[in-house]
Design a protein around this ligand. Structure first.
Ligand SMILES: [Zn+2]
Length: 125
């Protein structure tokens, strides 16, 4: 099965941070975070390659998207990567994947009001 090496979803997590959801050829998705700090572009995620210490295509693709978003070239020597998991945050704002065709919005599940009331009692609603 050919792997589609594109992000499906992009969230803006901060002024200098994006998070991408990349499809896995085995099903599911990898969440990849990229942010700029002290002149470096840091890419954080876990996947089978990164957990063995390899820099996989996720790292370079996420850095490329980040560069498109910021309107500048990201040279490979500025990229550093870490094998750390990224957890979805409902506060992130979904934006179009930089340089890709627009996708439909994806909702991050939140606690429905009726369940919130069951957990926290009537005074919370
Ligand atoms: Zn990877």
């Amino acid at each position: 099965m050919a792997e589609d090496r594109k992000a499906e979803v992009c969230w803006k997590a901060a002024e200098n941070a994006l998070v991408f959801s990349f499809p896995s050829s085995r099903g599911g998705n990898y969440l990849v975070g990229v942010y700029e700090k002290s002149g470096k572009v840091c890419v954080v995620h876990t996947c089978p390659a990164s957990s063995r210490g390899y820099d996989c295509w996720h790292v370079y693709k996420a850095a490329e998207y980040y560069g498109i978003w910021k309107g500048k070239e990201i040279s490979p020597e500025r990229i550093i990567s870490a094998n750390k998991p990224v957890t979805l945050n409902p506060k992130w704002e979904q934006i179009d994947v930089p340089g890709e065709k627009n996708k439909e919005k994806v909702d991050i599940p939140e606690i429905p009001d009726e369940i919130f009331a069951l957990v926290f009692g009537e005074e919370a609603s």
